[in-house]
Design a protein around this ligand. Structure first.
Ligand code: SF4
Ligand code: SF4
Length: 440
């Protein structure tokens, strides 16, 4: 297969980053790259989606890695897995023992080791400069499920219509469930036994996720839902944000700098210094642009807010608020082309201590893999759940569509992607944001 055909097939299949913000994958597949970094870190607590994919589809993953090395002329693939998964590491090492250009990188059990730039540094020793993409240093970084979706597209001709999701929290047995894109969370939750009558739904991991209502649907980026009672620490931390955070920053920040010392982007020499922004808010120093521009390198990992700060303040919230505002004004992050690691390189956050601090240790149970696929009677397929231009519908209300049929079209030359029906059914409604299909 030629590179051009490979890239076009990945685009056709509607593949986007399954583990993050939903960046269309074909855009990442540039020629002239050196490294393929495979992100199996899954560093958010309680999540087992990527672990189960690596366990059940390791041979498929190795096959597509070998193909990509050849098709794209890459020098090396580095597959990153956390050291807690010893049996998986042994299995992958055996499977790749004859592949000189595939390396298994054993990661420490720390948070947020799966942050793309932190992971690249751990795997290669290369620091991506602030504001630049991995391709700047000839690196492609893909999440495990994204890679599996590429395998499915190349070997099975299968576009992205299903998603693996960890359903955990206050449930008898946590599960990794394969659900059709557009399935309601209500339907997902029916497949686990919830142990309390009233709970809230955390979408994503405890650190970077948010509480949502049950009418949310599965998208191509849904990795986990965690059902939690109101009394959890994390519930209160996530609810205690807003204008009150600024007021508390003004009154309580002791300028201990712990938030900056534990910041993973500060560690990479990106001059991300949340304590300076806190000081600027507290003391009216917001006219100093250096104090504001520090926010541009923030990845929103929440380490500063949920782990570092002993006053329970929310520097991450302020960092992300300022970052969003600066980006709206067109200010772009910039930094040195060869940043150096900061001095606090050893200040890392062990995952077990993080679980304790978040009050979630009780819920840290291994999720079991469900073989069967689930879907709701009606699916709601978003046309803009990815970064970039929304897809344009190519079906009409009343059309009968089959699972895997393209229903909205992207543009190969732009940051956009295709959308496919995840079930056999009839198009009931097309809105500005989604295509709704009823199963028939
Ligand atoms: S850790 Fe908390 S108290 Fe210390 S500087 Fe940061 S925001 Fe202020
Ligand atoms: S959320 Fe906090 S710890 Fe994470 S990158 Fe931003 S400033 Fe650093």
């Amino acid at each position: 297969m030629t590179y051009e055909i490979f890239k076009a097939q990945v685009f056709e299949a509607g593949i986007i980053g399954a583990g993050g913000a939903g960046f269309p994958t074909h855009i990442k597949l540039d020629v002239g790259m050196d490294y393929l970094i495979i992100n199996g870190a899954e560093c958010e607590p309680l999540m087992y989606t990527d672990y189960e994919i690596m366990t059940h589809f390791s041979e498929e993953l190795v096959t597509i890695i070998r193909d990509m090395l050849k098709i794209m002329g890459l020098k090396k693939a580095i597959w990153a897995v956390k050291s807690k998964h010893q049996a998986l590491i042994s299995h992958l090492s055996t499977l790749t023992s004859l592949d000189d250009n595939i390396e298994i990188c054993i990661l420490p059990n720390i948070y947020p080791v799966g942050d793309e730039l932190t992971l690249i540094y751990k795997c290669t020793g290369i620091i991506i400069p602030k504001g630049k993409l991995p391709s700047h240093k000839k690196i492609i970084a893909l999440n495990i499920e994204t890679l599996y979706n590429i395998y499915q597209c190349i070997y099975e001709g299968q576009p992205v219509t299903y998603k693996y999701i960890t359903v955990t929290g206050t449930v008898e047995v946590p599960k990794v469930i394969q659900a059709a894109i557009g399935t309601t969370f209500e339907e997902l939750i029916k497949h686990v036994t919830v142990t309390i009558p009233e709970y809230d739904i955390l979408l994503g991991g405890p650190m970077m996720g948010n509480f949502v209502s049950s009418d949310i649907k599965v998208t191509k980026t849904t990795k986990a839902i965690i059902l939690l009672p109101r009394e959890t620490v994390i519930y209160h931390k996530k609810r205690a944000v807003g204008i009150g955070s600024i007021k508390r920053a003004m009154s309580s920040c002791s300028q201990c700098q712990m938030c900056t010392d534990l910041c993973p982007r500060n560690r990479l020499g990106h001059q991300v210094e949340p304590h300076k922004l806190m000081n600027a808010f507290a003391n009216g120093l917001l006219q100093n642009s250096n104090n504001l521009h520090t926010a541009l390198g923030c990845c929103g990992c929440n380490t500063c807010s949920y782990y570092a700060c002993h006053h329970d303040l929310s520097p991450a919230e302020l960092m992300m608020m300022v970052k969003r505002e600066l980006m709206k004004q067109g200010v772009k992050p910039s930094g040195e082309d060869n940043p150096k690691l900061s001095n606090n390189v050893t200040a890392e956050v062990p995952s077990s201590r993080l679980l304790d601090k978040l009050g979630l240790k009780h819920y840290d149970k291994h999720a079991i893999f469900e073989e069967s696929k689930i879907t709701s009677q009606v699916v709601y397929l978003p046309i803009a759940a990815h970064i970039g231009k929304p897809a344009s519908p190519v079906v009409n209300v009343g059309d009968y569509v089959k699972e895997g049929q393209k229903i909205a079209s992207g543009d190969l030359t732009r940051i956009s992607t295709n959308i496919h029906s995840s079930i056999n059914g009839v198009v009931k409604r097309i809105t500005e944001t989604e295509i709704i299909i009823e199963r028939r």
